[in-house]
Design a protein around this ligand. Structure first.
Ligand code: DGL
Length: 270
């Protein structure tokens, strides 16, 4: 018997996936969420595929102990490297952020030139490119890794001259590529939206995969007939593998409510 009101499991390498959780909570307010941030092992962006698959398997096993009815991989790097593997291994639905983000960019571009910024892992995997060109081979995809963006966001330097300078350097070449859509292909990057937008200019449409992932999740829950009941009182629980207090401060700066249920766990036990 399905438990419609069971939570959605959402995970990321750390705090970035909160931008996805925030969108799920906004679009699907009746759904409960169990979020796991792998703050002990962040960043994922510079690690190998095998390592990310191992981490993702452990996290899925942990989330299953919380009786989640579906899992959202709210991390571009883990979606790129581990989605196919864990999707096959689990008997609940699993979605990542790459496909929903890529789909929106395809729908948005008029000149068939899309830019993608992300971690080294995401850009090197070329998963966005493969997915986009699998749907429309005429689309040109230009990628750029921006490894310093994540630490800048985590330091809270969202509006800072140092961030502006680094962003200008990273985006300098992309600006010459005549792209009309730019995918913010890392969970931290929507928090730098205004900085990136200022540099790229008004003719470049910024695509935030978090929004489209929440839309896809809503559709998936409906298709599978596992939506929470309309009057269900949702709950939000957060787990981390390290630095609970730092996570709490970050969560409270971006979530629309006080994140008070945060617990540190040992993910290596799963
Ligand atoms: N959450 C990761 C992503 O979206 C970025 C941070 C990291 O490198 O772990 O790719």
């Amino acid at each position: 018997m399905e438990n419609f009101n069971a939570p959605i499991g959402v995970f990321d390498s750390g705090v970035g996936g909160l931008t996805v959780a925030r969108e799920i909570i906004r679009q699907l307010p009746q759904e409960s969420v169990v979020y796991f941030g792998d703050t002990a092992r962040v960043p994922y962006g510079s690690k190998s595929k095998d390592t990310i698959i191992r981490y993702s398997r452990q996290i899925c096993r942990f989330l299953l102990t919380k009786k989640v009815k579906a899992i959202v991989i709210a991390c571009n790097t883990a979606s790129a490297f581990a989605l196919d593997t864990v999707e096959k291994e689990l008997d609940i639905p699993v979605i990542g952020v790459v496909k929903p983000g890529a789909k929106t960019a395809i729908e948005t571009t008029k000149n068939k030139r899309i830019g993608i910024i992300g971690t080294e892992g995401t850009i090197k995997s070329e998963l966005y490119t493969k997915f986009i060109q699998g749907i429309d081979p005429e689309i040109e995809v230009i990628g750029k890794a921006c490894p310093l963006f994540c630490p800048l966001v985590e330091e809270g330097m969202l509006h800072d001259p140092v961030t502006d300078e680094i962003a200008s350097r990273y985006l300098k070449d992309l600006k010459k590529e005549n792209i009309d859509s730019l995918i913010l292909g890392c969970t931290h990057y929507p928090l730098l939206r205004s900085t990136v937008g200022k540099i790229m200019g008004p003719d470049v449409n910024l695509v935030n995969p978090a929004y489209e992932t929440a839309v896809s999740l809503g559709k998936l829950l409906q298709e599978q007939g596992i939506c929470a009941e309309k009057n269900h009182e949702s709950t939000y629980r957060f787990y981390v593998s390290d630095a609970e207090e730092k996570f709490k401060a970050f969560a409270n700066s971006i979530m629309p409510f006080e994140a008070d249920s945060i617990e540190q766990i040992n993910i290596e036990e799963y």
